[in-house]
Design a protein around this ligand. Structure first.
Ligand code: ZN
Length: 219
């Protein structure tokens, strides 16, 4: 079990190393975490003793396989909480990161399993970033605009390009949110607007301007 501080180090190393591929310098780490180099070295020795990092003084630090596993778990929790905050508690997309920074350190595996189930096993967070699976796999998902779907095709909303309140309110009013299933019912050739069925219930007409701002993944 790791402390919150240890988890923040692991996360920072994961991000700075480009998903764990490269070694990270302790200076880079101390700048990112706004900590003195001496404290960074102390912490790295601790993490090394727990077999979470390979650390050689003056040669930088790299996550071990176990360290990678822990990093992906933290990212999974962070992104699941972000999805929950947006979908269920109606936080706006730019508010969730700070809150998720706190919630990602929750220890209960059962809570996270239930959260994942409750949300219907989402594959992306509200920013469009993929959520690692329980097994620790991270797959980048192909995103396309809603405008690119043909009649009868469907997609799940993973991201929007415009975070202006007016646009988000418009989506709210239409009943569209991250995770909504959208199916193209018909195309109106005159202005390229589409008739869209939302979550298999109501249909709305969306203008091509709106269609270009909504990104979906395959359901
Ligand atoms: Zn975040």
């Amino acid at each position: 079990m790791q402390s919150t501080a240890e988890e923040n180090y692991i996360k920072a190393i994961y991000k700075l190393s480009g998903s764990g591929a490269n070694a990270v310098s302790t200076t880079g780490l101390s700048e990112t975490l706004e900590t003195k180099p001496a404290s960074v070295s102390d912490m790295l020795r601790k993490l090394s003793a727990k077999n979470l990092v390979h650390y050689v003084k003056y040669h930088g630090v790299q996550l071990t396989e176990e360290g990678q596993r822990v990093a992906l778990k933290i990212i999974r929790k962070h992104r699941l909480w972000e999805a929950f905050l947006v979908q269920k508690l109606h936080f706006s997309w730019d508010e969730v990161h700070e809150v998720a920074e706190q919630m990602e350190h929750v220890k209960s595996e059962l809570l996270i399993q239930r959260l994942d189930e409750f949300l219907g096993h989402p594959r992306v967070d509200p920013h469009g970033d993929p959520i690692p699976t329980e097994a620790g796999e991270l797959r980048e998902l192909e995103q396309r605009t809603l405008a690119s779907l043909a009649v009868e095709q469907q997609g799940v909303v993973c991201r929007v390009k415009d975070s202006q309140p007016a646009f988000l309110q418009y989506l709210n009013r239409m009943g569209i949110q991250i995770g909504s299933n959208l199916k193209v019912v018909d195309k109106i050739p005159y202005d390229n607007s589409l008739e869209i069925k939302i979550d298999k219930t109501k249909s709305v007409i969306l203008s091509s301007d709106v269609l270009e701002k909504i990104f979906v993944i395959n359901p």
